[in-house]
Design a binder for this molecule. Structure first.
Ligand code: DGI
Ligand code: FE
Ligand code: FE
Length: 184
């Protein structure tokens, strides 16, 4: 599958506004890759596919998590987390992506994890700060991202964790670990 075919297939999976978000993540990931010395082609590829499963029905995501033996503890946390590991599975099996680093960038784009690769950080940060994003703190994240990949991403996780605390939601352990790791 070439880039254009992939883009057409991903577009068909989501409403127009999510495709606009995806385009924003693609552009931002390329800029960040060039800035911080990562391969922009791999960054763009992960960005194209990062939200491919975002609009799947909960039952369909749950079935992939169970049948494909993805981490079952995901099912105990917010459903918003599920599209990332499910998306990595879709990228591999429906889009033929074999680059494990790209698959991990999709897999961990929501939760993060300890020891994130540069590619994973770039996709996760691009998702936070693409031009269409508007939440308290996003301008600080954009400013930090001019020079500091880790500090910008840390600010992103801080804002998500605060948001989850405010809503009284559970926090997935990988997100706590990702934040602690960036602080160290
Ligand atoms: O898919 P997007 O909307 O582009 O962004 P995303 O993949 O970062 O999803 C973020 C949503 O996931 C956000 O609204 C917060 C929610 N969420 C729920 N539990 C957790 C979580 N995010 C993280 N990082 N950790 C959690 O435990
Ligand atoms: Fe996402
Ligand atoms: Fe996204």
């Amino acid at each position: 599958m070439n880039r254009e075919q992939m883009i057409d297939k991903v577009k068909a999976e989501m409403p127009e506004r999510r495709w606009l978000h995806t385009q924003g993540v693609m552009e931002t990931a390329v800029i960040l890759a060039e800035r911080f010395g990562e391969d922009p082609v791999r960054a763009e590829l992960a960005a194209i596919l990062h939200d491919v499963a975002k609009y799947w029905k909960v039952e369909r995501m749950e079935k992939v998590i169970r049948d494909q033996a993805l981490p079952s503890e995901l099912l105990d946390y917010d459903k918003e987390l599920w599209h990332a590991p499910v998306g990595a599975w879709v990228a591999e099996h429906e889009y033929g992506i074999s680059d494990a680093g790209v698959l991990d960038a999709i897999r961990y784009h929501t939760s993060g994890r300890r020891g994130m690769t540069k590619l994973e950080k770039i996709v996760c940060l691009a998702d936070y700060m693409e031009p269409g994003r508007d939440f308290p703190g996003v301008s600080n994240i954009r400013e930090l991202s001019e020079r500091f990949l880790d500090q910008a991403l840390l600010a992103g996780f801080n804002s998500t964790i605060s948001f989850l605390l405010e809503k009284g939601k559970r926090i997935y352990p990988l997100t706590i670990e990702a934040r602690n790791d960036l602080l160290e």
